[in-house]
Design a protein around this ligand. Structure first.
Ligand code: BGC
Length: 269
């Protein structure tokens, strides 16, 4: 039973789960047996559709609204989930935005919004999760760990990105946020890791793949020769949340079709 439902009886919160990578992760966690809290901020209908789809495939799910950058809303969201499902075993910090601009024109608002959601939101959700994990401790029938935190980072935690400095700074910040929390919480049996997606076909980067010309351009950056699918990330998230990866903490797993392999050097340098 545990083999095909590695997350059975565990509760997973996925932030920004009404669309894109978050939706795929929520679905994958549901299929793996977890009870899923589907967080959204404005797309209520889409979030309820994800809940519906998880239930259709035999899983359990609830929708929960919160702006992850707001401390009061994050606290209320955790309370709501704990009231419904008793605890939380897995947090996937997925909620994220891009507000692109060339550097000299970037407004403080564009900078702040991205840092607030991508970095501060991840901090707030991780802190609440860690408090719950420590308070509850390890439940051996469910998992060897007291809890698992997964950040959805990006290849841009290491690849500089002109025209997107707010986004790249938020992801670079996530890298050391993740590692520092991992270092601090390992003795309490909490595993903290990131997934670093490359180009995955979602709304956030539609312009980069929606025309054949754009896609051909993008593929020059991806040695493996295809743009990623949200399910590529869902599968990694389930594995990283399961006891199959019990000895892994403080690491970013890049799922990027080789984007980080400096493809320009394949024929140059
Ligand atoms: C960004 C996408 C981009 C990808 C690869 C992601 O983190 O959100 O817009 O296509 O990185 O550059």
């Amino acid at each position: 039973m545990k083999n095909n439902k590695p997350l059975i009886d565990q509760v997973a919160l996925v932030t920004g789960a009404s669309s894109g990578i978050g939706r795929a992760i929520a679905m994958a966690m549901g299929n793996a047996g977890a009870k899923v809290a589907v967080n959204y901020v404005s797309s209520e209908e889409a979030a309820y559709r994800v809940v519906h789809d998880i239930k259709l495939s035999g899983g359990k799910a609830m929708a929960v609204r919160a702006d992850v950058s707001r401390e009061d809303q994050v606290r209320a969201m955790y309370e709501e989930i704990v009231n419904e499902y008793e605890t939380i075993d897995i947090l996937v910090n997925n909620a994220g935005v891009q507000k692109d601009s060339n550097f000299t024109d970037m407004t403080l608002e564009q900078w702040q919004r991205v840092i607030d959601i991508n970095l501060t939101g991840a901090f707030l959700c991780a802190r609440e999760a860690a408090r719950e994990f420590i308070h509850r401790g390890v439940v051996p029938e469910r998992s060897k760990a007291a809890g698992k935190i997964i950040f959805i980072s990006s290849v841009h935690e290491v690849i500089p990105w002109a025209g997107h400095v707010n986004y790249a700074a938020s992801k670079g910040g996530i890298m050391l946020l993740m590692k520092s929390i991992a270092q601090e919480l390992a003795p309490q049996k909490i595993r903290v890791n990131s997934i670093g997606p490359g180009a995955i076909k979602t709304r956030i980067n539609r312009a980069a793949w929606e025309t054949p010309e754009a896609e051909a351009d993008l593929l020059r950056l991806i040695p493996y020769g295809r743009v990623g699918d949200p399910d590529d990330i869902g599968k990694v998230a389930v594995w990283l949340a399961s006891d199959e990866s019990d000895y892994i903490t403080g690491t970013t797993i890049f799922a990027d079709g080789g984007m980080l392999l400096y493809p320009g050097f394949a024929t140059g340098g």
